[in-house]
Design a binder for this molecule. Structure first.
Ligand SMILES: NC(=O)C1=CN([C@@H]2O[C@H](COP(=O)(O)OP(=O)(O)OC[C@H]3O[C@@H](n4cnc5c(N)ncnc54)[C@H](O)[C@@H]3O)[C@@H](O)[C@H]2O)C=CC1
Ligand SMILES: O=C(O)C(=O)[C@H](O)COP(=O)(O)O
Length: 375
């Protein structure tokens, strides 16, 4: 069995070589010629899996080690009896960690006191829910907008209400059809509703926010917006005018924790084993790494904002990704830089690999995703 896989899938050879002959390739440039003799295709978000790519192949299974599926023509796969599996939720904790790292950075650098602010989340799926639960466990005033969710356990509000929040976290998928398409869902009209000093964290998909309208609104507000930008409309090209305005700019790596990426490969491996009726040869604990910093205890004299910021940034400091991106773009302002930064990403651990040991802030650290002492 011939397996073609994106070279950026961690552990892919270890896991899949017991099933077939694995060839690794850069995902963005994958061509139909390269897959014409293959049976299984394993991708990440940079490969457009369309009829053009697949029509002259014998691919029977497509696996995407990602949460998002907007790069896959699901209709074509279903019409052509090609089994598909993605990795729902694999890096939800990583994205939530990204959000708290961004807020920690903004607290230390701009004195943004976010714990007492109103927080609105757009999209209440695996990522949005994780982010919501963390804020809620911290006792924050948090609401969510998701037109497809009905639930008593979340404070659901209108999009306008979220746009009136102090901190807005965007975790909706990219959709262009259906009842509530998200493409440019934050356009000129919606962005007009942002108040001065709003913090907008965009870690879903580029295209959900109209970047041109955002630049106009940013100017209108005299630059009084805190912007944290992970996903860009025209990746791997980035909007350099926007890059100049955002507080934190990262190259679509919100989900790039070591464990999150490993979980993505692992989930696709399990799905392929199921499809082929095989017993998995490795177990979860061998496929997913431990963290580097295994225990955290805090000085009880620090205030809560500062204590959280110190703990969070010790595990993942988002500013290193921002610095890397800006420095690299200054020296090599080309679209190839985006993929280079992602390919050579210095992976970080998830908060949940680190135990919050007995400290006055143990409950708060547990709330934002650090592991409990007794689990
Ligand atoms: N920046 C990054 O590295 C990462 C980005 N993502 C992106 O984040 C998205 C969300 O991830 P998950 O929560 O795991 O996906 P999910 O599929 O579990 O949930 C998506 C949620 O968005 C909601 N939604 C759909 N249309 C909406 C609209 N018009 N307004 C508000 N909500 C809407 C859905 O009802 C669903 O509850 C993914 O589709 C992916 O594109 C995911 C992982 C990493
Ligand atoms: O899981 C998703 O959805 C993501 O956005 C991924 O984290 C993006 O990573 P790549 O698949 O582009 O490596």
């Amino acid at each position: 069995m011939k397996i073609i896989a994106d070279e950026n899938m961690p552990n892919v050879s270890t896991l899949f070589s017991s099933i077939g002959e694995v060839s690794l390739t850069p995902g963005r440039s994958l061509s139909s010629e390269q897959i014409k003799d293959a049976d299984i295709l394993l991708v990440r978000s940079v490969t457009k899996v369309t009829a053009t790519l697949l029509e002259n192949s014998n691919i029977k299974f497509v696996g995407s080690a990602t949460i998002g599926t907007d790069h896959i023509d699901l209709e074509y796969l279903s019409e052509n009896d090609i089994c598909f599996s993605s990795a729902p939720g694999c890096n939800a904790d990583a994205v939530a960690d990204y959000v708290f790292s961004a807020l920690s950075h903004l607290y230390l650098n701009k004195k943004l006191e976010w714990l007492n602010k109103r927080i609105g989340i757009i999209g209440h799926g695996n990522v949005g829910k994780t982010v919501y639960q963390r804020f809620s466990a911290l006792g924050c005033d948090v609401v969510a907008y998701d037109p497809f969710v009905e639930s008593d356990s979340v404070r659901l509000v209108s999009l306008d209400e979220v746009l009136n929040c102090d901190i807005i976290c965007l975790h909706a998928p990219l959709t262009k059809t259906g009842l509530h398409p998200t493409y440019k869902m934050l356009g000129k009209e919606q962005l007009q509703k942002l108040k001065p000093n709003t913090t907008l964290i965009s870690a879903g998909r580029g295209g959900v926010v109209c970047e041109d309208s955002l630049l106009i609104r940013h100017d209108e507000l005299g630059g009084k917006l805190n912007l944290v930008w992970d996903v860009w409309k025209s990746e791997p090209h980035i909007n350099t005018a926007l890059l100049d305005k955002v507080d934190l700019a990262t190259p679509h790596i919100a989900g790039y924790s070591k464990q999150g990426r490993e979980k993505g490969t692992w989930m696709v491996y399990l799905a392929l084993c199921k499809f082929l009726n095989l017993n998995p040869k490795l177990d979860y604990s061998k496929a997913i790494s431990q963290g580097n910093i295994t225990e955290m205890s805090l000085n009880k004299d620090a205030n809560l904002h500062e204590a959280i910021a110190r703990a969070v940034l010790a595990i993942y400091d988002i500013s290193r990704d921002d610095t890397r991106l800006r420095r690299k773009y200054r020296n090599a302002p080309s679209f190839e830089t985006f993929d280079w930064l992602r390919k050579h990403y210095v992976e970080r651990d998830e908060f949940n690999t680190c135990i919050a040991t007995q400290t006055s802030y143990q409950d708060e650290l547990n709330a934002i995703g650090f592991k409990h002492l007794n689990t």
